[in-house]
Design a protein around this ligand. Sequence first.
Ligand code: ADP
Ligand code: MG
Length: 699
Amino acid sequence: MSANTYREKHELNAPAKIPPATLSRLAKLGIHHRTDLLLHLPLRYEDETHLAPISTAQPGQTVQVQGIVAHSEVIFRPRRTLVCRLQDNGGELYLRFLNFYPSQQKQLAEGKQVRAVGEVRMGYYGLEMVHPKCRTVDDDTPLQQSLTPIYPTTAGLSQMVLRKLIANALETLPLADTLPEILLQRLNLAGFADSIKLLHNPTPDIAAISLGDRTNAAWRRIKFDELLAQQLSMRAHHRERGKRLAPILAPHRQFTAPLIKALPFALTKAQQRSFAEISRDLAQPHPMQRLLLGDVGSGKTIVAALAALQAIENGYQAALMSPTEILAEQHYLKLRDWLEPLGITPVWLSGSLKKKEKQLAAEKIASGETLLAIGTHALFQGSIEFYKLGLAIVDEQHKFGVQQRLALRNKGKYSNSISPAKSDSNEPHQLMMSATPIPRTLAMSYYADLDVSVIDELPPGRTPVVTKLVSDERRDEVIDRVRAACMEGQQAYWVCPLIDESEILQLQTALETYQLLMKTFPELRVGLVHGKLDNAEKARVMAAFKANELQLLVATTVIEVGVDVPNASMMVIDHAERMGLAQLHQLRGRVGRGAAHSLCILLYQQPLSELARARLKIIFESTDGFAIAQQDLQLRGPGELLGARQSGVAMLRFADIGTDEDLLNHARQAADELLRDFHEAAQAHLHRWMANKHDYLHA
Ligand code: ADP
Ligand code: MG
């Protein structure tokens, strides 16, 4: 059956007519076809399979009780409320309704026998349920045979309607297994049909706990299926990339070898290995999409420079894009120092350049006069045309959105008719760099369509940063410590408190902190850098700090990414309890870059929330970015870690890569096996899970 006929047969609206309003609400839930209904699984269940005696009901429990309405009245204070006292043989509780219809009032009149399901809590008069689900019953009204599923829904779409649609889909649609029997047996997985039926209508003997925490066999099967679909689609994407063309950038080594020789340090093993991987990819006729992962300070920049040189050795251009001006400029200065002796002069392009300068830079890029362009996202704005872009490098790639990354890819497509390269290639290679260490599971899951190189080793000679947690009450001691360090010739950062709600407040806090610290340290040269400073000023301050003209730099989190001043060996993070783990780790990575012993003081204000306490404990105990990221994953979930909102990565609905690592490993292997030996099964599986979800793919 082709995808199209399949789709027609399973149109949401056939065979039953569904009103357009309902269709659009279903669409909001991601339900576009009847098969999607099958995979719309309950969030939780209510147990209406037995009755709890009221006397046994405990606050906090959700139970079903049955009794006679002994009293029913509408009270008006503090708000119009219907209150009923429900009695059974051994106890009584109150049912309260803030919004109610006359029909409900009738249903709950004195003397009626009522069944109510809801969460019990301790109210003013005693035990109560607020807005329980109620119905009148006879003595012989049967109990439910299975747990009642509660589905994710949206305004205007009732559980009843969803339940009916889903029940109908379960009865009428084929539930054939997409996976070959041999795989199910080997991995000890339950069948699809059984699993899906059980999850929609679990019998009461299924332990509610295993459903709740999704550990039973049916949930395992569904989570496996979801992970497998994700792996399959990413592989498909990966293979599709293998069909696209990119310029062959072979390693000629006339620039890379002399640079390596001229460096004041030797590359670490991890840097060598990463560059070798990149070098090999660049020599292929298909676009590289490689992620270079390395903790802060691991030395990604030199690897990027070598990659750029390999492109240049082939007469192609390279571009390096950074998320902030500070970072872009720093890269520019560093690469200029490295490359000028080789006769290569990079050009700098950022939004802050004057119009004339920008035009000049743009001309050099368009004419091919410059082979290396460094800058912010201004590099990839509409007006910039590359002569012959062979490699696009994106630093701190998670700071960029999908749109920007797409724009970058398209820059290499030589739509420019003056480009001579139009015919021989059509897409630049891409190198993405990230210092957000991503836990292995996350990388495997969400970056399965990328190739990944990891710099898992810091350059030698670094002494680990010592981290201290200090309560705000001891601020004076911290101040003495900073003074002493700076008087000895060290340099320090003072990171201002983060104020989420408002940029203006943020700026104000930075200015106040700066004023205060100027007064506190009359003997020190103090500077200030923040996001609202104009770029020339920002650059001037950073240069002064780098040149050791400033001893103390008061900074907002603009220094979070990439700033590299090796002589700075001390950092105070004010109100550290307000910062996230990744941010704290990044900030701390700004010190410990030289040989001096470094210190990072996390000043916190009591009382600490539980989450803040957990974060500070982790950052105190570990300096390993990957370990921190793993913990972060547990605290925050993958969405935030990946910056999912902007990266466009669709999240998993059922599986949790924090806890389902074993399933993820199986799914990876199974994806290989299906693509190799069971092509039709792979297609069917992708179709069941992904028919409407093209956004599962990366841009
Ligand atoms: P990041 O990975 O955070 O971008 P950088 O590329 O900025 O790290 O490197 C951090 C510092 O380490 C820089 O000053 C850089 O010159 C230096 N560095 C890089 N590689 C080595 C090495 N193999 N040995 C010694 N120092 C190195
Ligand atoms: Mg960097």
